[in-house]
Write a new protein. Structure first.
Length: 69
């Protein structure tokens, strides 16, 4: 995934292929960013998994254990 030629057109996060260069350019601001529907669906599914595991009181590194533990 590379930055579009016309930054004013925006940038769509798709859940794959985000380069460090593109991320650095996006971090500078000024470029509209959207999230693709498929990426939103994947995020929702991941969120549901995290909720389910938390309900089972199982450890999730960095979520309910802290980092480095």
């Amino acid at each position: 995934m590379t930055m579009p030629e016309n930054h004013a057109a925006g940038f769509e996060l798709r859940g794959e292929g985000l380069t460090l260069q593109a991320l650095a350019e996006l971090a500078g601001g000024g470029v509209p960013v959207t999230i693709a529907p498929d990426a939103l669906d994947a995020m929702s599914r991941s969120y549901e998994v995290v909720l389910r595991v938390l309900e089972e009181d199982r450890p999730i590194y960095g979520v309910n254990t802290g980092f480095g533990k």
